[in-house]
Design a protein around this ligand. Structure first.
Ligand SMILES: Nc1ncnc2c1ncn2[C@@H]1O[C@H](COP(=O)(O)OP(=O)(O)OP(=O)(O)O)[C@@H](O)[C@H]1O
Ligand SMILES: O=C(O)C1=C[C@@H](O)[C@@H](O)[C@H](O)C1
Ligand SMILES: [Mg+2]
Length: 181
């Protein structure tokens, strides 16, 4: 691990399920000594329930409110990599909250690559039972506008290693910081 790097803000990773948010958060943490908050994991730990179980027993709205509360809680921090749940940018309020002290990186991937990455796991209730390219493409299309509106910059992850993605992300983040400062 390198010395801790000070970005002066949080790094917020958004993108479709399987785009690589958790993977890239982990690699950014190793490369730059940053703390990671994995939103799904933290919510799940606090509720003492898996995400599918929260959806089933408390409902999606309850889960979505927990996501908003967590983003607000993280506003006092910096140099935290926030690996968002895939649905976080769908709420305008969430986007406003994450932008208060975060730069938002949209990780993108093709539907074919996403399918390949998610096909063997069963912890994504939004696509469970519908894991095919057509469904993934149509859900991506529905979400595209909101993802794009939330993003400060985009990093495509198809056919790139995690380290390559992180280097590109940090370059774009630093450009973005220059413009915003
Ligand atoms: N650049 C990459 N190249 C190859 N495989 C990758 C890459 N990034 C992620 N993966 C693999 O794809 C799968 C999904 O990645 P990951 O869990 O990081 O996605 P995510 O965006 O966090 O998904 P979710 O929104 O469901 O939490 C994992 O098995 C991971 O190892
Ligand atoms: O895209 C979504 O709506 C979701 C993605 C996951 O990260 C989880 O937050 C949950 O399964 C919902
Ligand atoms: Mg994840």
């Amino acid at each position: 691990m390198r010395d801790k790097k000070d970005f002066g803000c949080n790094i917020v990773l958004i993108g479709f399920m399987g785009a690589g948010k958790s993977t890239i958060a982990g690699t950014l943490s190793e490369m730059y000594g940053l703390e990671v908050v994995e939103m799904d994991q933290l919510i799940s730990e606090r509720e003492n329930m898996s995400i599918p179980m929260i959806f089933e027993t408390r409902g999606e709205e309850y889960f979505r409110n927990l996501e908003t509360e967590l983003l607000i809680e993280l506003q006092d921090r910096k140099n935290v990599v926030i690996s968002c749940g895939g649905g976080v940018p769908m709420r305008e309020r969430n986007v406003a909250e994450m932008k208060k002290n975060g730069r938002v990186a949209l990780l993108s991937a093709s539907p074919e690559v996403i399918l390949e990455r998610v096909k063997d796991s069963h912890d994504r209730p939004v696509i469970e039972g519908r894991k095919n390219v057509e469904y993934i493409r149509s859900l991506m299309e529905k979400r595209r506008e909101k993802y794009m509106a939330a993003a400060d910059f985009i990093v495509n992850t198809d056919k790139k290693s995690a380290e390559e993605i992180c280097r590109e992300l940090v370059e774009k983040l630093e450009e973005c910081n220059k413009i915003i400062k």
